[in-house]
Every structure is written in structure tokens, then in C-alpha cells.
Design a protein around this ligand. Sequence first.
Ligand code: UDX
Length: 436
Amino acid sequence: MKISVIGTGYVGLVTGVCLSEVGHEITCLDIDSRKVERLNRSESPIYEPGLEDMMKKNIDAGRLDFTDSYETAMRGRDIVIIAVGTPQADDGSAELVYLNNACRSIAETMTNDMIVVTKSTVPVGTNEHVKNEIEKHHNGSYSVEVISNPEFLREGSAIHDTFNGDRIVVGGESEQAVEKVKSIFEPFGVPIIMTDLRSAEMIKYASNAFLATKISFINQLSNLCERIGANVESVAKGMGMDKRIGDKFLNAGVGYGGSCFPKDTSALSAIAQSVDYDLTIVDSVIATNEGQQRIIVDKIKKVFPDLENKRIAVLGLAFKPNTDDMRDAPSIKVVRELVDAGAEVYAYDPIASENARTYLPGATNYMDSVEEAIDGKDFAVIMTDWKEIKEYSPESYAKSLTNPVVFDGRNCYGLKEIENTGLEYHSIGRPTVYNK
Ligand code: UDX
């Protein structure tokens, strides 16, 4: 099938490349022509394992190309997938300006009847708005059907998730359009649920808000565990063995970040407010996460009340491992607070340092390895559970740091591993190990 994808951000690019991989003819459009040039050379603007190889293979096979022209992208297409960004507006709601621009351009350049699929995460009711927007700007020669197809892929494992997802959601009012869109995703071999437009839009917000709730729940419990002398890891393990609860997304830490959970929970709360309903559970999930993102600073200040001129190693900056994404990363709040308190920060991240420069204050120094970051520093703080950081030996901290103290915001080490290493080890929701 001939399909175009509008927007080459995370979702659009991965979707376009994976659809070409299963044999569809895909044109991806982005209005940024320099980005399009790079994409046509198989250069990915995002870090995603395996993506560039898959891009190259399908570009070479003639099934995938990139353009900045709507005329080219829309010519003779049956289906267009909108995957433009829906950033958070000042009031917490989703900003729809890019979506509206895409609707207008589609309306002005379509050459036949179209099915317009929205993948961007959008407030309930937006797909009806998409249909109205396109019809408003179109001369009426062709018909438009809209389909909601929310995306669930995770950064860093996006290709794997596309081919191994738990479900694909296709929501719409026209049975024919729903069936046609279902057929383009069938080669992924993932269960497909068909529903109405508004329910499809809601599934995405509800799923992300529920996952965020699991994280905030276990984070609050971790704070309680610390106060009553329990170990949150054992608690999560015991809870997770109950299949009704499930063992995923119960890792306590410094809170969730990234481009989805913070934005989608705020947007869902804004949707509820717009119909005069208080979604109190989601509101507390958001508030809990804001507190949890800086919990490690409280732990640090208890041990080192005066941070003036302290030299601190910060290990990991990205909001999670295997990505260079810094959006809403907990490290941003933590590094800012440390610098504001007069400390010097020496940060290391395997790939996010370049992006981090735009988010972190000027006083941050970027190091090339864990060794370099911790060498001769007062103490260390772990913010992201990169494999490389988890595998770093606890003894080496004890040797390199001036004070052998580590604050681990991601529970990278088992408490047994720390015993007899000479390290003072503060983690989340678990007893502190002193090794005195
Ligand atoms: C998430 C959803 O998983 C995905 O389905 C949706 O499409 C987009 O949002 P992503 O943001 O890429 O994906 O990452 P994810 O792996 O879900 O992690 C999100 C955040 O939660 C990270 O900051 C991570 O560190 C944190 N997290 C996750 C925890 O703190 N504890 C956990 O147990 C799991």
C-alpha cells in the first residue's frame, strides 16, 4: 500500500521505517528540509538501536523516501499517517498547532479520497477536529475518513516494540476505513483492537497514566519503606508476583521523565478539568513525581549539608538508559539544585551529554567516562541506570572518590554487592549500607 507519514519525530520516523520494512511504499514528510536531506542519506536524527540500518535497507530497496513537499507526499496516496508533535501548552493541555498545520496542508494537496490516521497523542475529540479541519480547507472534491491509531512504543526499544507490541489500536467510525488501516498493520503480527474514535484516543492516555501511577505508587511506598525499615525491592517483587498486579513498572527511583508520561498525565488532567471533573488520582501521580524527581537532593543534603565548592560526580543524565533524550529528565532538577547550592558538577552520560548542554546550567562539566567523572570527586550520584553504570564495580568508587559515598537514584546495585566494599551507599527505599 502507498502510505505517507507526516512528521519525522520519534513516532513518525520509526513508524515509516517499520512499515517500509514489511513491504509498504512509504514517503515520510518533514517541513525541515535539512533534516530531510540527512534522512535521505540514512542518517537518523535520533538514537535508536538498529534504525539507521533498517532505513538504509529500505531506501536502497526503493520503498522508503523522505520529502519536504506535501505535493510529493500526498500524490496518489490512499492513507496518510499524522505523527507530528503535540507538545505541552502552558496550561498543561496538548498544543495542536502542528496538527492543524498538517491538516491544512493535507487538505490543500490531496489528490484522491483519503484515510487520515492520527498517531500523535491528542486529546479526546481531536480526530473529529482533524476531519473538520481538512474538510474546511479542502475544495470538496474528495472524501476524508479519520482513524485514531495511538502509539505505544518506548524510546530505545522502538523497533522491537513495533514488531512485538502488546496491541495495536485502530479506532474509527467507518468500518471500511478501520479494516483498511488494520490491514496495513497486520504484517507486524501484533494483536489489533478495533474500537470507536474517542475510546481509541482515551486508551493511550489511560495506559500512560496507569503506568505513571504504578511508578508514583512504588516511589511513595519506597519513601515509606525507608521510614519503617523495609526494602522496597522485596516489596515490589512480592507484589509483582500477583499476576493481577504484574511485576513491570514497579522499580522505585528518581521518578519518571521523558517525552510521554509527564506530558500525557498533564494533558489527561487538563481533559478532565475541561469537563469539570477532578481526576484526583492522576493529579497526585503528577505531584508525587515532581517531588520524587528531586528526592536524591534531600538525601545528599542530609549527609553533606553544605554543598558549597563540593565536587560532585553525576552519572547518567538521560531520562532512562539507551536514549539521548533529556526531555523532563530528573537529572535536570537535581543538577540545577546542586549547582545552585554552590557545587561543581562533573557529569557523565554515554550519549546524552550533547543534548544535556541545552538543559543544564553552564557550571556543569562533561566527562568522557565513569572513571574520569568520579576521579578525585567528593561523592557520586547515579541518575540513570545505564548498563555501563550498573556494571561498574562498587570497589572502584571507594578507591576514586575523596569521600566513598554514592547516592544511587536507580538502585543499580544489590545491597549484598556493596557489603565490604568500603562504600557508603544510599539508594531508594532500601536501608543505607555504611561499611564502617
Ligand atoms: C513510555 C511508554 O512506556 C510507552 O508505551 C509510550 O508510548 C511512551 O511513554 P518511554 O517514555 O520511552 O515510553 O519510556 P519508559 O521505558 O516507559 O520509561 C518512562 C520513565 O519511567 C523513565 O524515566 C523511566 O526511568 C521511568 N520508570 C519506568 C521508572 O522510574 N520505574 C519503572 O519501573 C519503569
